[in-house]
Ligand binder design. Structure first.
Ligand code: FE
Length: 134
């Protein structure tokens, strides 16, 4: 995965819903416990809603109680990239799509074994593909 996908803000705006655009292109956050994948336990792959990049496997999803879909690791290290985010008076680590730079959420160090990571991801930044659908 080294392909990049770049589009203009106008193209993203046309492709995405208002909420998807606000979260992924403007670094927004969906309200907790509202996203469609918070409690999803189905078997499959979560993709970037913007570019289709495969990001997370359902086998790494767990119930963090945060109100957002939570994963203990990305499908591969290069599927996502991170940046320090000092907004809102906090120091957090932002998670972005490695292919299209969509804002996905943040990663914290309070996750479960084996990685200790909690990728806290907005549902509306994701599209779920159930395994066996292909
Ligand atoms: Fe993407």
């Amino acid at each position: 995965m080294s392909d990049r996908m770049e589009k203009t803000e106008q193209q993203w705006r046309e492709q995405l819903t208002d909420e998807q655009y606000r979260v992924t292109r403007m670094k927004g956050t969906e309200p907790p416990f509202t996203g469609e994948y918070v409690d999803c336990k189905d078997d499959g792959i979560y993709r970037c809603v913007c570019c289709g990049n495969e990001l997370f496997d359902s086998g790494t999803k767990y119930d963090s109680g945060s109100g957002w879909p939570s994963f203990f690791e990305a499908l591969d290290d290069d599927r996502v990239r991170t940046e320090v985010d000092l907004s809102h008076g906090m120091r957090r680590v932002e998670v972005l799509c490695g292919k299209c730079d969509a804002h996905l959420g943040h990663v914290f160090d309070d996750g479960p074994h084996p990685t200790g990571k909690r990728f806290c991801i907005n549902s509306c930044a994701l599209n779920f593909d159930e395994r066996g659908d292909e």
